[in-house]
Design a protein around this ligand. Structure first.
Ligand SMILES: Cc1cc2nc3c(=O)[nH]c(=O)nc-3n(C[C@H](O)[C@H](O)[C@H](O)COP(=O)(O)O)c2cc1C
Length: 329
């Protein structure tokens, strides 16, 4: 998730489960080819398993970016066909690619040929332009047979080109009218459409995304789909990852550490990063949800966010904030 799942965030989230698959922010293939690769692609080995999400629409460039990503150690390469932002659409990638199934199939085939790790695609159940009748209909949840035929054509072509799995954000994207934030809320979720798609394409692994919050509710969807992807809930209440881990891998002997232990882990990480000129505030901002929905949540957030910005802030602030939240100070 852009601006959220940077490497500090992923390191933090990894503490909640050794097995859930984490994703980078979307990184454009052009940036990877021309930019500072260490800054864009560098990560801590503890972040595995880790997927690289690419944005782009040039098959050769995407193939090269995927190859570079595999070499950098990523465990999966994903192509973003779901982002509705105007800036991304202007670059002719993200959700607007759902209008171009043949081009996306070409991109996927080129990426598939370039790497051995899984190549996956993130998509919406449809995409419409703002201002048209279809956009109003999208906002009301309407979904026609024609919409489904387009989705099936897209998914079938992408799978035919070699996509190993499809991750579906179960709502339409509205291009050119809604903000990215509204595009994650306004068109209603239609899990039934993802299920219909899965039934129409037997054997294709499907991961469901959109609005999943409680671990038990997310896990219930695993009765019919192959995986679930959580965005906002995992960021704001990362404990949900530990809850999902316990449900998904009940035999696993790994047990989630206490929140205090999690804070100690982050203090050690921040101390290492700060020696390499990292700033405490850029790490701490991702960890504010450590106590979300638990007693002391507000104290923890306040101590960490205010303290991290203060002069001379030290990595031990994670531990101070956690102790304060638990009434130990
Ligand atoms: C701040 C933010 C940034 C996002 N950036 C990306 C992104 O880079 N790539 C992507 O595929 N989806 C991105 N998304 C969308 C989420 O991956 C997800 O599809 C959406 O939030 C719905 O899932 P949720 O209800 O579990 O959050 C972003 C969402 C948020 C809130």
């Amino acid at each position: 998730m852009m601006d959220w799942t940077d490497r500090h965030c992923r390191y933090f989230l990894r503490g909640f489960s050794p097995r859930v698959l984490l994703y980078t922010e979307m990184i454009t293939s052009a940036a990877i080819l021309r930019g500072d690769r260490q800054r864009l692609l560098g990560f801590d080995p503890e972040e595995h398993p880790l997927a690289l999400q690419l944005g782009g629409s040039d098959p050769a460039q995407l193939a090269e970016a995927a190859r570079i990503g595999e070499q950098a150690g990523f465990d999966e390469v994903n192509l973003n066909c779901g982002c509705p932002s105007d800036r991304v659409s202007a670059g002719a990638f993200g959700a607007c690619l759902m209008h171009a199934p043949d081009l996306v199939a070409e991109c996927v085939a080129a990426m598939r040929a370039a790497v051995r790790v899984p190549v996956t695609v993130k998509l919406r159940i449809g995409v419409v332009e703002a201002g048209r009748r279809s956009a109003m209909a999208a906002a009301s949840g309407e979904y026609t047979d024609e919409d489904f035929a387009r989705l099936l054509d897209f998914a079938g072509k992408v799978r035919g080109a070699g996509a190993d799995a499809l991750i579906v954000h179960a709502r339409k994207a509205v291009l050119g009218g809604l903000s990215p934030k509204d595009n994650r809320e306004v068109p209603p979720l239609r899990f039934d459409i993802v299920r219909r798609l899965r039934d129409a394409l037997p054997g294709v692994p499907f991961v469901l995304n959109g609005g999943l919050r409680a671990a038990a509710a997310a896990a219930a969807e695993l009765l019919w789909c192959d995986g679930v992807m959580l965005g906002r809930e995992a960021y704001h209440r990362p404990q949900v990852l530990a809850e999902l881990h316990a449900i998904a891998w009940p035999q696993d002997t790994w047990k989630a550490p206490s929140r205090l232990a999690m804070a100690e882990r982050m203090a050690a990480y921040a101390a290492r990063e700060m020696q390499r000129a990292g700033r405490l505030s850029t790490i701490a901002r991702h960890a504010l949800g450590l106590y979300a929905h638990a007693p002391g949540a507000r104290e923890f957030r306040r101590t960490l966010s205010e303290g991290a910005r203060g002069p001379g802030a030290s990595a031990a602030l994670f531990i101070t904030a956690a102790r304060q939240a638990e009434g130990l100070l």
